[in-house]
Ligand binder design. Sequence first.
Ligand code: GLC
Length: 532
Amino acid sequence: MTSAPWWQSGVIYQIYPRSFQDSRGTGVGDLQGIIQRLTHVVELGANAIWINPFFQSPMAEFGYDIADYRAIDPAFGDMADFDELVAAAHGHGLKVILDLVPNHTSDQHPWFIESRSSRNSRKRDWYIWRNPGDSGGPPNNWLSEFGRSAWTCDAGSGQYYYHAFLAAQPDLNWRNRDVRDAIYEVMRFWMRRGADGFRIDVVWHLIKDDQFRDNPINPDAGAPPHECLLPLYTTDRPELHQVIAEMRQVVDEFPDRVLIGEIYLPIERLVAYYGQNLGGLHLPFNFSLLSSPRDARVIAKLIDEHESYLPDGGWPNWVLGNHDRPRIASRVGAAQARIAAMLLLTLRGTPTIYYGDEIGMKQARIAPDRLRDPLAKSMSGLGRDGCRTPMQWDETERAGFSRSQAWLPISSDFQTCNVALQRNESTSIYNLYRRLIRARRERRALTRGHYRPLKATGNLLLFVRETKTERILVALNLGNDPISVSFPSERLSGQVLVSAFGDRDRERLRTTIDLRGNEGVVVELDKATVLP
Ligand code: GLC
């Protein structure tokens, strides 16, 4: 029997580098800071880190606007720091996943500067240039994800260029062969330096309609202004899958690498990104838990749908939070953040943990004058700074993150919510995360086992993970009131492996499972147990 690849059996930990650890007192986290804190990732039990972009950038969009794909931005360190980080991570047995941003560059990237220089530039076609529309305005109605038209007029040539995000982030033209080859070389460059794979930024945006048709009106009248059109002609285009297959071939030139994609699409569209014969992404990010209500039936349904839409051999994955979405502990509350962690780490598929969620960090409130995210400035209320505040390491000044004022304020609860404190509390959410990850490592049923739904009623979610030799029952209470689940066959028996509050581990269970409010248990079933 061949063992599962690391990106199936392990846990990915996402690091937003500006906010993880500042080693130099600049107020901004850096690569040396990550090196200093690798032991935290190891202690947690994750086996890979994905780091948001740290490449050279004017930081109009905090690194998602890249001016040189092959250089480290001085705010984060230099190439020697990167090499040291990879060596240190690999020394700890951790894989390193980089953020690849192929959809757009910075407007300061030499490619764009050259492209913009004249209509006849050799790189004109590397970006998406169009003449004004009939009325003299933008070529069509396409909207930027950050609001307003996605077209900006360049006074020099009188043409418009397309940008799915900020005007400072012009989109590359992925129909151009030279663009593709240039990015593939970037991928090889980092893999040669030891990168174990990529998370591809906004991969479903890469190809736009070649006829530049207007996007249709969104029939949902309540949609925010930037979503008043359906992105039919700007995202998820059929030609995209050819590009992804090419990227996969590049990754497959190197052994044991992974390709993950950022895609916000419903499951029936998402699964196409595994590619024909699984020749696409290894893991198209599954964001369904990011927006699911706290309702057992709804969650059970989305798990079932996910399982049933997966192509043969396609490997699932689950996400509770990232640098673009409000923190889970604020979405569902501190008590249910534990239940969410239990779900994330017991479902079939690779879990990705967003830094800080393992200690229950909340969405921070940030005074208007300290907001940094350009999205907060263009569309108030949608800013993402609140989930990007510095990691809370301890109760010392600035939470152990930095010697000087941090680029974003430290969340006000850092003295009660930090790693140092929670390490020493056996019942902390941090230790729950650790126990869950350890259980995954030790029980094959939790990594490789099938998923079998048992019950989803009211606040109770009950499922089993099983192999031929192991069966693990997961019982989660999504509400505040106690629940008692009885198994009339009287043949249920087992032992608690992990419990939400950390005070029932190794307890024997027979026939009935009593759950306190907001409690969950992971139970190793005895062989003789008969399940309905
Ligand atoms: C992705 C990133 C997000 C960024 C956007 C544009 O969605 O996750 O942070 O704003 O791409 O690069």
